[in-house]
Design a protein around this ligand. Structure first.
Ligand code: HEC
Length: 117
């Protein structure tokens, strides 16, 4: 019986350690979010004004192409900076702020691998 319990205890310990290791201020990855249906619409609405060709933020990051389509590769390449700047409130630079739920959504998207899903 002990032989059976010991490995169980060990794996429980490993799990516990893994969980507590995330309490260091790093973003804890939430649920997988859809880039196409959840993240991209936020970019199109709140970032397009400046992060499209010719916009004030285009040289730093061109999130949308000339036709207004969100460019996944550009978003993916800068996912870390995007998550950081929306969380700090630095972006959007002006205009309506993102809601806490929108910020968390973008953080979750980035923390789960910034997938094109
Ligand atoms: C009112 C204009 C404006 C809006 C709206 C805006 N930005 Fe920006 N953004 C800029 C400008 C200008 C820069 C260039 C650097 C600076 O001035 O901070 C920039 C820089 C950035 C950077 C830094 C890129 C790098 O390489 O570090 C990121 C990331 C970013 N913006 C993300 C966003 C996201 C995401 C949104 C929408 C939620 C957004 N921005 C909305 C103007 C804007």
């Amino acid at each position: 019986m002990l032989k059976l319990i010991a490995p169980l205890c060990c794996s429980a310990l490993v799990l516990l350690t893994a969980c507590t290791a995330t309490t260091t201020g790093a973003v804890v990855a939430g649920p997988l979010r859809s880039f196409q249906t959840e993240v991209a619409p936020i970019f199109a609405k709140s970032c397009a004004g400046c992060h499209s060709p010719g916009g004030s933020g285009a040289s730093a990051l061109t999130l949308l192409d000339a036709s207004g389509q969100v460019n996944y590769d550009a978003a993916r390449a800068k996912a870390g900076a995007i998550a950081r700047d929306v969380a700090s409130g630095e972006m959007p630079k002006s205009g309506p702020k993102l809601s806490a739920a929108q910020i968390k959504l973008i953080q979750d998207w980035q923390a789960t691998g910034a997938q094109n899903n």
